[in-house]
Design a binder for this molecule. Structure first.
Ligand SMILES: C[S@@+](CC[C@H](N)C(=O)[O-])C[C@H]1O[C@@H](n2cnc3c(N)ncnc32)[C@H](O)[C@@H]1O
Length: 302
């Protein structure tokens, strides 16, 4: 989570040789510059991205602890307290479709999604205990009986505790980029985790991956095509808009959205329509492009 000072906007050096008008000083994307060669698959998805001009640094606000009067018993588990197999049955005592979010951060997505889709269950796994606790506090505050957070490393849990063909969706939003070459092997999207995600999804299940780091985006989709071709081609995933939101039917003006985004408030309802996660909200506020794709498992491709 700690990227202050590394600033996501600092992706310029990664893209210095890009032909799409990537300016390493301002990291500004200019889609009006014609490419000098046919676009790669990754670059063609670029056209689906929200292309605005990023700033080089995003400050972080202090994380509020959940109120001590709020019980987290139903919404926070540590890995030692988990059943051997993580399923809707073992975690929620029902058979609703289960969605997994890896790296939930402050929990805006899991909380909002659990509220919008009460017919599904949501499991968030967050390695940073204080963020897992914060996200659990959000779920407890909103009385979500279909969502819980696990404080732990998602990778071994995915590998050992999630049964085959059991997840309706896997969500990974704005994973830590691990900028340095020698650290890239720590990325949460890697050949082994993608193979596990494929294995764990039900037929027709979806894997959502959003990032604001172009190099991560490109290398991930190239790696998935090479290592997990059964996933088929990536599909552009749509950002939330006021128009498509099932929650807020009322018009939300841009200035109202930005006003809300500047407060790191407990996501008032007006913020729900346009942001899926906190990092998505920050990217929009700072006009940083976001690359959004999903994959679908179709076992007839196997
Ligand atoms: C950049 S933050 C994004 C948070 C959130 N998804 C969002 O978009 O606002 C990435 C999060 O992934 C968490 N994370 C990194 N590696 C993880 C792992 N192996 N298992 C679970 N969480 C992980 C980090 O602690 C961090 O909270």
């Amino acid at each position: 989570m700690a990227r202050a000072g590394q600033g996501r906007g600092a992706t310029g050096t990664l893209a210095a040789d890009r032909p799409l008008g990537y300016d390493p000083r301002r990291v500004r994307i200019d889609l009006t510059t014609p490419p000098e060669r046919p676009l790669t698959r990754a670059e063609s998805f670029f056209a689906f991205a929200t292309c605005l001009s990023p700033i080089p640094f995003m400050s972080r606000r202090q994380l509020n602890r959940p109120s001590p009067t709020l019980s987290l018993d139903q919404h926070l588990r540590i890995t030692d307290q988990l059943p051997e197999r993580l399923t809707s049955e073992s975690l929620f005592g029902n058979t609703r479709p289960l969605e997994l979010e890896i790296g939930s951060g402050k929990g805006l997505f899991i909380d909002t999604a659990a509220g919008r889709r009460p017919e599904h269950n949501f499991l968030g796994i967050e390695i940073a205990h204080k963020y897992a606790t914060h996200a659990a506090g959000r779920l407890a505050k909103h009385d979500r009986d279909n969502a819980l957070m696990v404080a732990g490393d998602a990778e071994p849990l995915l590998q050992k505790a999630i049964p085959d063909d059991s997840l309706a969706a896997v969500h990974i939003y704005f994973p830590d980029p691990w900028w340095k070459k020698k650290h890239k092997k720590r990325r949460v999207i890697n050949p082994a985790s993608v193979a596990e995600i494929y294995r764990a999804l039900v037929d027709g299940g979806t894997f959502h991956f959003w990032t604001d780091v172009l190099e991560y985006f490109e290398s991930a989709i190239e790696m998935i095509a090479a290592e997990s071709p059964r996933f088929g081609p990536p599909i552009p995933d749509q950002p939330e808009t006021a128009a498509t939101s099932p929650v807020a039917k009322s018009a939300v003006t841009e200035s109202a959205v930005i006003a809300v985004a500047t407060e790191d408030a407990e996501s008032p309802a007006i913020a729900e329509p346009t942001y899926r996660t906190h990092f998505d909200r920050r990217s929009q506020l700072h006009q940083i492009p976001v690359y959004r794709v999903r994959y679908e498992k179709h076992s007839d491709r196997d």
